[in-house]
Each structure stands twice: as structure tokens, then as C-alpha cells.
Write a protein that binds this ligand. Structure first.
Ligand code: ATP
Ligand code: MG
Length: 466
């Protein structure tokens, strides 16, 4: 698998054509009064790119997801431009332009302004597979991908009709090759061409279709939806890094819960995406797990929709928590002490994912930190809480613990106590600590705790960040 992946990355395409073919197939021209795109939603830099290219005699349009979002009245998060200029020709026109990619070269044009630099991705129209002399793998997947073509061909290679519209800011006109605007009005998502063939070429398109259905609230056209259940297994052949990226996009779309329901309805089920198995599982045993994950995803969606950041490590820590919890319990039942049982469970849980999607290392360390902090929230004695709030990742661990309370796994009083503890001044914190000591009949009461601390003194401390 790894060698296959490396080979693919390093494959260079010998078939780059340096002239761009003439366009055939005429698009529908959609005027402003129909598409009603608000020019204020446009990126000035994207407009600068199309203008510069047009002034140099090339065709240039804003394309893809940005046009879809603009036509929906949403401000796009990034802007792509498509042109008939080759990457080298594009590069010559801009001061800060970099050629990116081996398999399919594109140009990143960077603009520096007040805030973050903005990158406009400029790609040259791509040829259709059959015209590019490309080869498909036996299962129909695209192997070679770097031949320039006409705008008409470029449109036909895109996935959904609503993602295949070209907007010219100069004339405020959309060029629509595949009835994207009509589909948008019908609130329909339709794969361009024969959906089965398109999914075989690139199985990721199935996940994209489901993600956009969740995001737009549109319905998948029957011919687009129907083959997914049967072809879902093709996702097994997608390099795991790409699958991981796509799942991450789906989970971070702000519509993760709806997307996951969409995966389920489309028949993308067990074994394909081990990380999602629990969420897709309807059995009674998994009710608690489902509740936790549902609350966590709803919380993530809310944060993203209100423009807040979400860490992928946090997100994966929540998705794998049900697994972790059951491994932890099993280890304790085997007689392993609480904290080592948790650490073993973390190893087991992460290892169990490697058969499908590889969780990248940078997320793994965040996950471990959040998980290993959890028992520390229950240790409300001595200086422990004071030290815990000083951990660099305290906030993530605390948010995670609140989710456990919200799902009923932990008593909500624990979350409230911590919320008060964070908000209090030192005297107030001391009062809260004293309050714990005075709780009569509390299993975490003082006498029992003192005894336990002595007995456990040989155990390793639990916090990774301590
Ligand atoms: P967003 O960026 O909001 O997730 P997007 O549609 O812009 O959505 P990108 O991944 O940025 O998604 O892709 C830009 C465009 O490239 C798409 O709109 C689509 O036209 C085309 N595209 C992307 N991925 C594929 C694919 N797997 N198959 C065919 N066309 C694709
Ligand atoms: Mg995009």
C-alpha cells in the first residue's frame, strides 16, 4: 500500500501539452438578473487575477465551489480561478506566483494585505480523460492527469453540475456547461456524466456529493445517489492520506452530523471508515456512544458555523472516545490499575484505526493529551486542580470533560464545579475545594480520598502534560 502510494506521488506525466485546445460545446450564459451574485462577496484579489489574465489576452474565470457559494449567497472561503493560460504563462504575469504540484500543476498567486495573505489558486483548463490519452487503472481510477484542454472539457471533468460553473467578474456572467443553475434552483445535486463511471474514476466524489448535500440541504439526484451503496467499497483503494483529508473536510464542514446521516443513508457503512463505525452503529449497546458523539459533533458544527476554530485532534478524540472508554473498562476488568489501563487503552484505540484511515501523528499527540487529562478532573484534592488549570492544553481537556457531562457519562455537577473553579479568584477556588471536602456521603469525600492517595502513591501520575 505504502509503495503504491509513493509511486503514485512521484509519477511524472510525460504528456504535458503546452498549447491549449479549442473549446467545443457551448455553455448557457447566465446574466446577473438570474444568478444575482452580490459583487461584494467577491475577493478583490480573485478579480485582480481574472482581470490581469484577461488583459494579457487569456480567458479567465472564477470557478468551482466559489461560484456555487456565491450563487447561494454565501461568502466563499477561498477562490479558484480557471484559465486557458498554461501555468508558466500565468506565473509570468504575477509577482508572487508559485508553481505547485507534480501530478497536475497549478499556480498559487499570493496577495499580502492587512490580515492573512490570500492565495488564489489558478489552474489551467484540463482535458477530458479520453482526449488526454489517459489511462485508467483496471478499476477505472484516473492514473494520469496532466494534459491541458478546453474550457468545455474542463467543465466536464468536474464533479457536480453546481461545481462546474464559471463566473466572469468583468461581465458578471456565469457560463454554465452542465445545467448547474437549473439544478441549483431545483435544489438538486447531480454528478456530471455517468455517476458510476465518475465514482469509479475517483471514489472520493461519493464523499464530496454527500458532504455538499449536507452543506446545502439539497437532495442527491436519484442517479447520483443510487450507485453509492454498491460502490462504497472502492473507497478502500483510495490512499489513506487522501481519504483522511476528505473525512476531515466532512467533519469540519459545519454540517458534520448531517453529513454522517448522509453517509448512513447512502449506504456507506461499516468497515469502510473504522473511525465512523460507532456513529453509524444503531445497536442498543452503542446508545451511550452515539449520544456522546452526537453531542460532540453538534457542538463542533455550532462552533464552526459561528466562525470559531475546532482542532482536528479534539474532534478525533471525541469520535474515538467510545472505543477508548470500552477498552479502558476492559483493561480495568483484567486487573490493570486505572491510569495504566487508560494508557494501554489509548494505544489500543489508536492502533485499531490504522487498518483504515491513518490518524496523523500531529493529531495523535493532541488526542492523547486530552484523553490522559480526563481522570485528573476527578481528582479534586490537594493542589491537583490548581495544577491542572495551568496545563497548556487545559481548555481542550475541560471542553472534552463538559461533553462527557452533557452526554450523561459524568455527573453534570462535575462540569459545573470546574466551570466555577475556572471563573473564581484564588479565595473562591479555596472555597470550592473546601466545599468538596465537606460534601457528606460523597464517594470522593475526604476520608476515602486520603486513604486512596496513600494506597495509590506507587502509581504513575496520570497527566501527560504535568
Ligand atoms: P469547498 O472548497 O467549499 O470544500 P469546492 O467545491 O471548492 O468546495 P475544492 O476541493 O476546493 O472543493 O475543489 C474545487 C473544484 O474542483 C470543485 O468545485 C470541483 O469543480 C472540482 N473538484 C474538486 N474535487 C474534485 C473531484 N474529486 N472530482 C471532480 N472535480 C473535483
Ligand atoms: Mg474550494
Amino acid at each position: 500500500m505504502i509503495t503504491k502510494f509513493i509511486k503514485r506521488i512521484f509519477r511524472r506525466d510525460p504528456m504535458i501539452r503546452h498549447t491549449v485546445a479549442h473549446s467545443s460545446g457551448s455553455p448557457k450564459r447566465i446574466p446577473k438578473k438570474t444568478h444575482r451574485i452580490d459583487p461584494h462577496l467577491l475577493s478583490k484579489n480573485a478579480v485582480k487575477v481574472t482581470q490581469t489574465l484577461q488583459q494579457a489576452g487569456y480567458d479567465a474565470f472564477i470557478v468551482g465551489g466559489a461560484v456555487r457559494d456565491l450563487a447561494l449567497g454565501i461568502g466563499p472561503k477561498d477562490f479558484d480561478v480557471a484559465t486557458n493560460a498554461t501555468p508558466e504563462q500565468v506565473q509570468k504575469l504575477f509577482r508572487k506566483a508559485r508553481l505547485i504540484g507534480r501530478r497536475f500543476q497549478i499556480v498559487h498567486v499570493t496577495f499580502f494585505g492587512k490580515g492573512q495573505p490570500e492565495i488564489i489558486e489558478v489552474s489551467t483548463f484540463r482535458a477530458l480523460l479520453e482526449n488526454a490519452g489517459e489511462h485508467l487503472a483496471e478499476n477505472g481510477r484516473i492514473l494520469r492527469d496532466n494534459v491541458w484542454g478546453s474550457q468545455h472539457e474542463d467543465a466536464a471533468r468536474r464533479d457536480l453540475s453546481i461545481n462546474a460553473m464559471y463566473y466572469d467578474p468583468a461581465t458578471e456572467t456565469i457560463l454554465d456547461y452542465h445545467g448547474g443553475m437549473a439544478d441549483m434552483q431545483k435544489k438538486t445535486l447531480r454528478m456530471i456524466g455517468d455517476p458510476t463511471k465518475r465514482y469509479r474514476e475517483d471514489p472520493i466524489r461519493m464523499l464530496r456529493a454527500i458532504r455538499f448535500a449536507a452543506k446545502t440541504g439539497f437532495t442527491l439526484d436519484e442517479a447520483t445517489r443510487a450507485p453509492i451503496a454498491k460502490l462504497g467499497k472502492l473507497l478502500n483503494d483510495v490512499p489513506s492520506a487522501r481519504l483522511f483529508d476528505e473525512i476531515l473536510k466532512l467533519l469540519m464542514s459545519g454540517y458534520s452530523w448531517a453529513s454522517i446521516q448522509g453517509l448512513k443513508e447512502a449506504g456507506l457503512h461499516h468497515g469502510l471508515l473504522p473511525l465512523l463505525d460507532h456513529i453509524l452503529d444503531e445497536s442498543a449497546d452503542s446508545k451511550e456512544a452515539n449520544d456522546f458523539v452526537r453531542i460532540a459533533l453538534a457542538n463542533t458544527d455550532q462552533r464552526i458555523q459561528s466562525g470559531k476554530s475546532v482542532s482536528a485532534g479534539f474532534l478525533f478524540a471525541t469520535l474515538l472516545w467510545p472505543d477508548l472508554l470500552s477498552n479502558w473498562k476492559k483493561n480495568i476488568a483484567k486487573g490493570i490499575a486505572n491510569i495504566p489501563a487508560l494508557h494501554d487503552a489509548m494505544d489500543e484505540t489508536i492502533a485499531s484505526q490504522s487498518s483504515g484511515m491513518v490518524i496523523q501523528r500531529r493529531f495523535e499527540s493532541d488526542m492523547r493529551e486530552i484523553w490522559s487529562m480526563q481522570p485528573r478532573f476527578e481528582k479534586r484534592v490537594g493542589r491537583y486542580p490548581y495544577r491542572l488549570i495551568e496545563s497548556p492544553r487545559f481548555r481542550a481537556g475541560y471542553d472534552f470533560m463538559l461533553l462527557r457531562c452533557a452526554s450523561g457519562e459524568k455527573n453534570p455537577a462535575l462540569g459545573e464545579w470546574w466551570t466555577n473553579f475556572i471563573a473564581s479568584d484564588p479565595a473562591g477556588q479555596d472555597d470550592l475545594m473546601a466545599g468538596i471536602k465537606n460534601e457528606v456521603g460523597n464517594s470522593a469525600g475526604p476520608a476515602k480520598r486520603r486513604r486512596r492517595r496513600k494506597a495509590k502513591s506507587a502509581l504513575p501520575t496520570e497527566g501527560a502534560a504535568d
